[in-house]
Write a protein that binds this ligand. Structure first.
Ligand code: FE2
Length: 210
């Protein structure tokens, strides 16, 4: 709420800054005429004809704040993708008396994760930033370590509980930046992701309890 009055100013600043970059020479000529009374209308017309490349993002969140949220979401994307691969790996390689239960549970989870990465990546794009999409980037951005070899079934469950909870912590850490600028679509996405991962962690954890 308190952020509302300060919210428009950075957005305006950003628009000015971005069009400054794109139309520098034009701006300079406007500057020179701005003291004379002529040209506000003329400048506006000129600018509207000059949308040659990308249209700046102007959704009421300034560039620095959108960037911070997109960075957090990139961490969330990397975590989610890494957990997706780990879960699919364990679906393939699990053995033992719990095989059927785990094979099917892991399948349900990796299918959901495969859909989730798309939502996260597309939110990053809507904020005006590129979504990371390589294993090299994910290795740098993810908080979830890869698992070497083939663990025993119970160890797989433990590793997946830890992975699910890592994603929850990453999602929760983005909340303050999203809330500060009333970024409800991101907050909504984070809420859904946290809810899902906390539920998965509970279900996995329950398998290890008597
Ligand atoms: Fe399968």
């Amino acid at each position: 709420m308190a952020g509302k009055s300060t919210k428009k100013k950075p957005a305006q600043k950003e628009t000015q800054a971005e069009s400054k970059l794109e139309h520098q020479s034009e701006k300079q000529s406007n500057k020179s005429t701005s003291k004379n009374s002529v040209p506000a209308a003329k400048a506006a017309t000129k600018a509207s004809h000059d949308v040659s490349t990308a249209i700046p993002v102007n959704i009421g969140i300034d560039d620095a704040e959108r960037g911070a949220i997109a960075q957090g979401l990139s961490n969330l994307l990397a975590d989610t993708y890494t957990l997706y691969l780990k879960t699919h790996n364990f679906h393939w390689n699990v053995t033992g008396p719990m095989f059927q239960t785990l094979h099917l549970m892991f399948e349900t989870q990796y299918n959901e994760l495969a859909l989730a990465v798309d939502l996260i990546a597309e939110r990053i794009r809507a904020l005006g930033y590129p979504a990371p999409g390589t294993y090299a980037e994910y290795a740098k951005l993810s908080s979830i370590p890869e698992t070497a070899g083939v663990p025993k079934a119970k160890e797989m469950i433990k590793l997946l509980v830890e992975g699910q909870e890592s994603v929850v912590r990453t999602a929760r850490s983005i909340f303050p930046a999203a809330e500060k600028v009333n970024d409800e679509p991101t907050a909504d996405l984070l809420t859904q992701r946290m809810q899902l991962h906390e539920k998965n962690a509970w279900m996995l954890r329950s398998l290890l309890e008597d």
